[in-house]
Design a protein around this ligand. Structure first.
Ligand SMILES: Nc1ncnc2c1ncn2[C@@H]1O[C@H](COP(=O)(O)OP(=O)(O)O)[C@@H](O)[C@H]1O
Ligand SMILES: Cc1ncc(COP(=O)(O)O)c(N)n1
Length: 509
């Protein structure tokens, strides 16, 4: 089982730990955003969300909210020097993240301090312009900022910043962005993170670029979907400080990005729940904590399931099963495919049993696996022996079982459970509704499918469904951030197959 702490990817077993501290001491040198979405406020949340101990030396104060920046105040730079010295004279610093610097005077102080202290990990987010379009670095400070680049291990410019650092026009596509990243990395001898946030399209990739052999290849791309949200305030700040924190633990940029990216994606997905401001809102840095409360992940999964459930209730198959108008051929096809499906499903439940962390769960899945085979033979004995059902595995059955078997081969208990769950959960919901409608209509024995509809009133199945939900929820709490993203993907995929399975008789019977 994965460790209980979040996030816990298995990178430590593959990559030797550099500093290897469980709670890296991470300093953010950045500006303040009183609305809490960007700057040091975002950095401290991000560092904490990744298990680091966060510190902050403030370079500048901004007056801003989700709509924009209304004022910037840069305090005397000598005071920044005092903040930095106060920290480094007392505390060992495992990683530094540098964000908004404001002007050339600030940059000079930070450069002098870096040259003296030489922290092990330095991530520079060359903040120039906020999402809102407001300037956060004076125009004349571009040259001073470039002088800071050789002191950074990782530079994380967005596309306008990347172009500005090179003195070139902004890249209009991913290939030219990577090209620019390579040139910047070669010029300064460090690693550049090229970010896809400012491009369009359904994908939003990021790529680490280093031309001096530090990575396994010059460009290491980490793919990801683009989340449809305007809440991107502070994504750059959050990403760079998370990377600084995780890098202090793993000592491997690729492993760090692979750990941080799924976290940021979920933070973007959950950003709407925060309801902060009317403009470009902040991301939800602590989304994992919310879904880690018992019932939290189940609630997230349920939200995914509801639209599919609505689709299932609308299907001809379900409507006609309820009214009794379902053609016999469609029902026979459904039963025959169900028997084939149950055989495959039984193997996947057995796999869940093999991976289960407790004896209670091992027993539960082993029993479930056995029951599938019992129901399969019951279908053949009582329901299919008198019917004509076209033989062979239908395309939906094949795709659904393949999906389950492929997921079960991945080896993650939590992800296997997420893939398994819709068959319990949606079936129980659909069955309950069909049974209630049957009873409401008088439970007539004349109904052609009366005997089948009666099988839906099965309290034992309802109770097994509750247990399956509870185990999946618990597995999510123990899972890593990346596993939880995979859990949701596996769960949604199975939900879609549930719908397709009920619709298959209409198409293939
Ligand atoms: N809509 C989105 N969906 C998914 N990821 C996004 C989205 N917008 C930004 N990101 C991610 O957020 C991070 C910051 O990217 P970007 O917006 O390019 O930089 P900045 O915040 O510095 O302007 C990157 O990892 C990027 O891939
Ligand atoms: C203090 C401060 N620092 C950085 C940013 C940039 O963040 P973003 O580009 O994501 O709005 C910001 N808006 N405010």
């Amino acid at each position: 089982m994965p460790a209980l702490s979040y996030p816990s990817l298995s990178s430590s077993s593959v990559y030797p730990l550099a500093a290897g501290r469980d709670a890296p001491r991470v300093l953010s040198i950045a500006g303040s955003d009183p609305s809490g979405g960007a700057g040091i406020q975002a950095d401290l949340k991000s560092i904490s969300a990744h298990g680091g101990y966060g510190m902050a030396a403030i370079t500048a104060l901004t007056a801003q909210n989700t709509l924009g920046v209304s004022a910037v105040h840069v305090p005397p730079v000598e005071f920044l020097r005092q903040q930095l010295n106060a920290i480094s004279s007392d505390i060992a610093i495992d990683a530094v993240k540098i964000g908004m610097l404001g002007d050339a005077g600030v940059i000079l102080v930070v450069r002098e301090w870096l040259e003296e202290v030489r922290p092990a990990v330095v991530v520079l987010d060359p903040v120039m312009v906020a999402t809102s379009g407001d300037r956060l670095l004076t125009e004349s400070a571009g040259e001073a900022l470039r002088s800071l680049l050789p002191l950074a291990d990782l530079i994380t410019p967005n596309l306008p910043e990347l172009a500005m650092l090179l003195g070139e026009p902004e890249a209009a596509d991913w290939a030219s962005a990577l090209d620019q990243g390579k040139r910047l990395a070669a010029e300064y001898g460090n690693t550049v993170l090229v970010k896809g946030g400012h491009l369009a399209g359904s994908e939003c990739p990021d790529a680490l670029v280093n031309t001096s052999g530090l990575l396994r290849q010059d460009v290491v791309e980490v793919a990801g979907p683009r989340i449809a949200t305007k809440n991107s305030h502070g994504t750059g700040c959050s990403l760079s400080s998370a990377l600084a924190t995780v890098q202090a633990r793993t000592g491997d940029w690729e492993a760090s990005l692979r750990e941080v990216k799924p976290w940021l994606l979920q933070a973007l997905v959950d950003s709407s729940k925060l309801e902060v401001g009317s403009g470009n809102g902040p991301v939800d840095h602590f989304h994992h904590q919310r879904s880690l409360r018992p019932g939290g992940f189940a609630a997230t999964m349920w939200k995914e399931a509801v639209p599919e459930l609505e689709k299932i209730h609308e299907l001809d198959f379900i409507q006609e099963l309820q009214s009794g108008q379902l053609p016999e051929s469609a029902f026979s096809y459904y039963l025959a495919q169900d028997a084939i499906y149950l055989n495959g499903y039984s193997r996947v439940l057995a796999r869940a049993g093999a991976l289960a962390p407790t004896e209670e769960e091992q027993l539960f899945w082993a029993m479930g696996s056995r029951q599938c085979l019992e129901v399969e033979s019951e279908l053949h004995r009582n329901w299919l022996s008198t019917r004509e059902a076209s033989g062979g595995t239908g395309p939906v059955t094949k795709a659904y079982v393949d999906h389950l078997l492929a997921t079960s081969a991945s080896g993650s208990y939590a992800v296997v459970l997420a893939a398994i769950l819709p068959c319990y959960w949606l079936y129980a919901e659909v069955g309950q509704k069909l049974h209630a409608a049957f009873v409401d209509a008088g439970a007539s024995t004349d109904h052609p499918y009366a005997e089948w509809l009666r099988t839906y009133a099965d309290e034992e199945f309802a109770s097994a469904t509750r247990a399956a939900i509870k185990f999946t929820d618990a597995a999510a709490i123990a899972a890593s951030g990346r596993e939880r993203v995979e859990m949701l993907q596996a769960f949604s995929q199975s939900c879609r197959y549930e719908t397709a399975f009920f619709d298959a008789p209409r198409l293939y019977a």
